[in-house]
Design a binder for this molecule. Structure first.
Ligand SMILES: Nc1ncnc2c1ncn2[C@@H]1O[C@H](COP(=O)(O)OP(=O)(O)OP(=O)(O)O)[C@@H](O)[C@H]1O
Ligand SMILES: [Mg+2]
Length: 333
């Protein structure tokens, strides 16, 4: 724990990631907070709060203060950020760092302001905002200053967004609320309807990661999971197969296809030609869904690649912008 002068933050719907100039990624924890129900005092945040999810007594409430990229519970978001800053800076946390925080391109001015204010109130000395797609492009080493067009698609926990970047700025972008959490909801709903079974959030995510695929697998895979029978209220085990999970997930991917198509439709033709040449880069942890690049390449007709570190490139790019604020000044605000 040291004094951190400069800090980059990716404040996501599912995860909050922090990056410091000397150490790289110093924190990666779920955006979850356990609060006292009566007075909303923060009891735990991140990994510690996640462990409590689904197992708390009445007087403790589990809150997810970020939804679809926006701050939906301001006080709790500030409490969570304070908690994380103390975790990484210890007693130095009051020497507020200068921060670059990423914001989804679909946020309104008011929503962007709420992110900025929350980070400032949590203890930052100065706060700069950067658009997620720009940070991602910097983090994946796309030469953003060139006049060529590049497309970055982010599939996170709460949003799917596509952006075309050229000459150091976002030329056109589109953002839908959706992403990984919506897939989890669809899977939980399917299990309820088909097997009369309730499963916890962590099991739902496991099913998605182990069996989920964007293109039907040649060889079916199986996974055994446990939950609660909704009719008898008793523990229940079932075997799921990758084919049924594919059938549930595939319709949920229509929004990613749509967001890319709509963005391309509003992109100047010269830049579309560049994108066709260079391909599209996928970022965000939800884009690690098996075979997603293959599905998108087929549907869009342009090569789609998964970035090297899809979950970390946004905060890394924000960190790189932070280190070179003079160069990136016009990208941040
Ligand atoms: N291997 C994987 N396959 C499929 N989905 C995954 C995998 N690993 C993580 N995910 C999903 O990725 C999502 C979280 O992505 P990410 O951390 O990029 O979101 P975020 O940045 O917090 O949210 P957002 O950018 O939408 O505000 C979760 O829904 C999680 O279940
Ligand atoms: Mg994100």
């Amino acid at each position: 724990m040291t004094w951190i002068r400069k800090l980059a933050i990716d404040l996501g719907t599912s995860n909050c990631i922090m990056w410091s100039e000397n150490e790289g990624i110093i924190l990666n924890e779920p955006s979850i907070v356990a609060v006292e129900a009566e007075n909303r005092k923060v009891l735990a945040a991140g990994n510690e709060a996640k462990k409590m999810e689904g197992k708390t007594p009445d007087y403790i409430e589990i809150v997810k203060p970020i939804s679809e990229g926006a701050v939906i519970d301001y006080e709790v978001a500030v409490g969570m950020l304070k908690w994380f800053l103390r975790e990484v800076m210890g007693s130095f946390w009051f020497l507020g760092p200068e921060v670059v925080v990423t914001v989804a391109s679909g946020l309104t001015q008011v929503e962007q302001r709420a992110v900025l204010d929350a980070v400032a109130e949590a203890g930052a000395r100065k706060v700069n905002l950067i658009d997620t797609p720009l940070a991602a492009a910097i983090g994946t080493k796309i030469p953003i200053a060139e006049a060529f067009g590049n497309m970055v698609v982010n599939m996170g926990g709460g949003v799917v967004e596509a952006a075309v970047i050229a000459s150091g700025g976002v030329v056109t972008s589109k953002c839908y609320r959706g992403g990984g959490s919506r897939i989890d909801e669809a899977l939980a709903e399917y299990l309820k309807k088909k097997y009369s079974m309730a499963i916890g959030d962590q099991t739902t995510e496991l099913v998605k990661i182990k069996l989920g695929t964007a293109v039907k697998l040649k060889k079916t895979e199986m996974l055994s999971i446990g939950g609660r029978d909704l009719v008898y209220g008793l523990p229940k085990n079932i075997e799921l197969n990758s084919d049924e999970i594919f059938e549930v997930i595939r319709p949920m991917l229509d929004e990613v296809i749509l967001v890319i198509k709509e963005t391309l439709q509003t992109t100047p033709p010269e830049l579309v030609a560049d994108i066709a040449d260079r391909g599209i880069v996928l970022i965000g942890a939800a884009s690690k869904l098996r075979n997603l690049p293959l599905l998108l390449t087929r549907e869009i007709g342009v090569a789609v690649h998964l970035a090297l570190e899809p979950e970390n490139c946004v905060v890394k790019g924000a960190g790189m912008a932070m280190e070179n604020l003079e160069i990136y000044r016009k990208l941040t605000r």
